[in-house]
Design a protein around this ligand. Sequence first.
Ligand code: NAD
Length: 488
Amino acid sequence: MATIDERKIEEIVSKVLERLGGGGRPSSTGEAQRLTTAHVPETPRPRANIPRGTNGVYADPDAAAKAARKAFEANERTSVATRIKMVEAMRKAVLANNDALSRYAVEETGLGRYEDKLNKNRLVAEKTPGCEILRPQAYTGDDGLMLTERAPYGVMLAITPTTNPTETILCNAIGMVAAGNAVVFNVHPSAAQTCSWCVHILNEAIQSVGGPRDVLTSVEKPTVESANALMKHPLVRIVVVTGGPAVVKAAMNSGKKSICAGPGNPPAVVDETANLKKAADAIVRGASLDNNIVCIAEKEVIAVDAIANGLIEELKRQPVLWLNDRQIRDAERVVLDGDHVNKDWVGKDAGLIAKAIGVSGHGHDLRLLMCEVTEDHPFVQHELLMPVIPLFRTNNAPDAIAAALRVEHGFHHTATMHSTNIDNMAAMARVCNCSIFVKNDASYAGLALGGEGYTSFTIASPTGEGLTTAIHFTRERRCTLKDSFRFV
Ligand code: NAD
């Protein structure tokens, strides 16, 4: 019996054949042969053998929302000390199961790199803020005391992506539960088994320290319809989405308060003062993280002309395949589908894409395919979400910053710059207006992976919260006491 992956590969091959043959695209027979034979990976991945998650996992979205509401009411009676333990138990559960979670995510979704997912899950487990970030505020004066505390909303709906499936579940679970909420997850259908199992082990962890049942619930077979039903569900108080433009639009139209973490197209600007060796190293590490499916990962490089050749030389010393003009055309045929990104290649290994364009001999060690194009090229304009990274030139740093602004498309998500000119860095930091701006390191330093601060995998640019934490999953409530409290 064919495995899922073998069937998928057959599908990909037949789609490419269709495009190259009958799709009206200019292609010689030789070209078609070269591209299609190169499409079949040597070792198809085995079928994912993921345990079935049952703890908190519901077939029916309405039942999931009702169970979460009951859990919220129990949670309200839970002590802060227990809530702190619940968060710690979730962190430990993911660290203990990281190997399996990372493997299942790659196997089920077919996206990304196991070793990078290990790092991402560990980062979330260790650096997502918990209860400690929620601080009360007090004002005292001649008129008495005013205290502001951060209260939970109730049941939160979290819609999560296929690109960081378990990372987003853990990140949202820690923040939302630390704030005292219960959560219904409607995860991406193509990561549903892994996510159900992740919810299952997190609930087990919560219950092992005395937390209530169903603090986290999820829909076993999630769909866009179940997402929409939950967005409208009377028990759901607030909607948090992490994904592309469609889900952001849906959340904003839900009629409920929504926190929206949407798409990006992060530019990496390299100016004439940059340390080119360090810049090349950082760009390749950042852009190749999990095969570029991470929203913050560099998607295009903008180099000032004076150093562009030097930067390209440095990039070629990295685990990068630099494409010539013919290979760029081949790559366009493979990874684009007309005006769109060919989703079959999202998150695939660079070595596999190289093979598909007729360059064999590269394995898992190859991190990126890179090429020089012009600003209007689709590789620059689209959020490709794969290890294919274009570079284009500009005359000077102000032009590079202006180009970065254009190609980021106003998402205000993430941008990076490599420079030793503080005025240039300050100028870009100001005008790019992004939730994350990283200077002189890989984009992921902005997620606190090798950078300072805390992490979040729900970076809400459209609604402005930035790297979301428990603070954003609370409401402010004020209590005022007149007189009789001051003791000085
Ligand atoms: P996606 O938009 O296809 O799916 C995300 C989630 O939204 C899934 O659960 C999906 O089922 C649901 N969904 C999609 N369309 C919907 C609709 N019309 N109504 C209701 N639900 C809908 O995205 P993906 O492929 O899983 O993830 C990649 C995208 O997400 C990229 O654009 C990436 O930049 C973005 N992303 C952003 C962040 C961030 O923090 N800003 C984090 C991760 C991913």
